[in-house]
Design a protein around this ligand. Structure first.
Ligand code: ADP
Ligand code: MG
Length: 509
């Protein structure tokens, strides 16, 4: 503190008087003398505090060091300020860039009004106790409906009170509604104005929601990334396709387009085809891992692939499964071409109109019964001849076309020896039984009978206890797993080499 007092005195050399009595004076001395003077002048020009909290003393004022109380208070003040500075730093660190911040104000030692001479870094301190942009909460009217007494009664219908209330209620409008800074003023909105504002806001909100939805939908129609679009154009250029017409369906895992078939010398192409584009956004496929990861045909390849290639594997899997089904003469789309994650296959439908899903087809009672027997037969063929379980069979993945049920969507289909293959089949059976029973097909078997009819396994139906039945299925899967492993993975690596149907419950393994 003394230092400040010294610096305010008239400039003189700190090395004593520079009288010419000393004859010899080295250059260094002269230089340092000049420098010292310069420094002196500079510090006089800016008599600012060097440390926050230091008390500015005037030259003729000496610090009163006689009062212990005073000293203690000065020290305490200094300590408090340091504490507050630290608190402020912590507050800043804690809140970071977050839009919602937490104030440590209550922990401060020196309150802002006591601290009027505080330094400039206090500027970023915000008084959260009063926000000029927040409308004062209007006084609530008590339940009796009026305040005051006698002549000075104010009812809840009072224009001024209502107006203020209405202004405050603007605060509740959606965040995107700009209500201006009128909230801070004593604005009074009449009921009529407030109501039409409110109405406008909610209709705007609905409109923007609709617009947003439309936008989302149109991006869904675009649906494919530029890389996929390029692949599709290449197919048109190569003559595989004549024209890509539009999107038939956008599902979670795939987008299906309708296209006119082109002409290739080496291969006839149907007039109408579909392109099933497997989505390259991987999230949707994560939960389907188990359909492919544990499929013995793909197990070796799966572990080595990056996610983009796994998507291609889905397309490839659908192609192989369709080929197997075609060989067994199950009505299903015919594979035309596989290009990365795009599978081109024949279109089930006519003149750009896709065949309805079984769920949407309006079928008479005889026809639906006939459809049921077709489905039963198809399930048996699929299991016994193709050695496949659909694993997503339902009225959504069967189309009704030219008096026949067509099976589609077989990318997730697995062989019955898949560790969960029989459970998937049980689920398929349940979907089929439930659907046809609901549609009034009295011949439709129970899920248990259907399962046994498809597999030829004679799992005892007994009390028709689902938990028991599934437990039997799981036990069977476990035994099959051991059986498959003992036979070695290699047997199941090649697509053409099937593992054969699973063991019967009574088989000796
Ligand atoms: P996802 O895995 O998205 O369910 P699907 O293979 O089930 O894919 O196809 C979705 C929809 O596209 C089907 O419900 C069906 O309406 C239509 N679709 C798919 N393949 C064909 C096809 N070959 N012919 C006609 N429509 C098809
Ligand atoms: Mg489907």
């Amino acid at each position: 503190m003394d230092r400040t007092a010294v610096t305010t005195e008239a400039p003189k050399s700190p090395w004593g008087s520079g009288t010419p009595a000393v004859p010899a004076c080295s250059l260094t001395d002269v230089m340092s003398e000049q420098l010292a003077r310069q420094l002196d002048e500079e510090s006089n020009a800016f008599p600012a505090l060097t440390e926050p909290g230091a008390t500015l003393l005037f030259p003729d004022e000496s610090p009163d060091t006689t009062s212990d109380l005073m000293l203690a208070q000065i020290l305490q003040m200094q300590f408090d300020r340091e504490f507050d500075d630290q608190l402020r730093r912590e507050e800043k660190k804690f809140n970071g860039d977050s839009k919602v911040s937490i104030s440590f104000e209550n922990y401060r030692m020196v309150h802002p009004y006591e601290d009027s001479d505080s330094s400039e870094d206090e500027v970023d301190w915000q008084d959260t106790r009063h926000d000029p942009y927040r409308a004062e909460k209007p006084q609530a009217t008590p339940r009796k409906g009026f305040t005051g007494k006698g002549k000075n009664i104010t009812t809840k219908h009072d224009e001024v009170t209502c107006g203020r209330k209405n202004t405050a209620r603007m605060d509740n409008f959606a965040p995107e509604v700009h209500v201006g800074d009128g909230l801070g003023m004593d604005l009074k909105l009449s009921n009529q104005v407030f109501n039409s504002l409110k109405q406008h806001c909610s209709s705007e909100q609905r409109r923007s929601a609709r617009l947003h939805e439309k936008k989302e939908h149109s991006t869904a129609e675009q649906a494919v990334d530029p890389r996929t679009r390029l692949l599709m154009y290449k197919m048109v250029n190569a003559g595989v396709l004549e024209n890509i017409n539009g999107c038939i369906s956008t599902g979670k895992e795939s987008v299906v387009f309708h296209a006119d078939g082109g002409s290739l010398e080496e291969q006839p192409i149907p007039d109408e085809v579909v392109l099933k584009v497997f989505k390259t956004t991987l999230n949707e496929f994560k939960n389907r891992d188990r359909y492919i990861k544990d499929d013995y045909r793909f197990i070796d390849r799966f572990s080595k692939l990056n996610p983009r290639k796994i998507i291609r594997l889905w397309a490839e899997k659908e192609m192989h499964n369709l080929t197997r089904m075609k060989r067994a003469e199950i009505p299903c789309p015919e594979v035309v071409l596989l290009k990365k994650h795009i599978l081109v296959m024949s279109f089930i439908g006519k003149d750009h109109v896709p065949a309805p899903k079984l769920k949407d087809a309006m079928l008479g009672s005889e026809v639906i019964k006939n459809a049921y027997y077709q489905v039963l037969h198809m399930m048996q063929q699929l299991y016994q001849e193709c050695n496949l379980v659909h694993a997503d069979l339902s009225e959504y993945n069967m189309l009704w076309h030219e008096g026949k049920v067509w099976l589609i969507d077989v990318s997730q289909s697995v062989e019955p020896t898949h560790p969960h293959g029989l459970e998937f089949l049980f689920r398929d059976c349940r979907n089929v039984s439930t659907f046809f029973q609901k549609r009034g097909v009295s011949e439709a078997m129970s899920v248990y009978d259907l399962f046994n009819a498809v597999t030829g396994l004679n799992i005892p139906v007994g009390a028709e206890n689902e938990a028991e039945f599934i437990a039997e299925i799981v036990a069977l899967e476990k035994r099959n797993e051991g059986h498959v492993q003992r036979r070695g993975k290699k047997t199941f690596q090649v697509v053409s080499e099937d593992a054969g149907p699973p063991l019967k419950p009574d088989a000796d393994d």
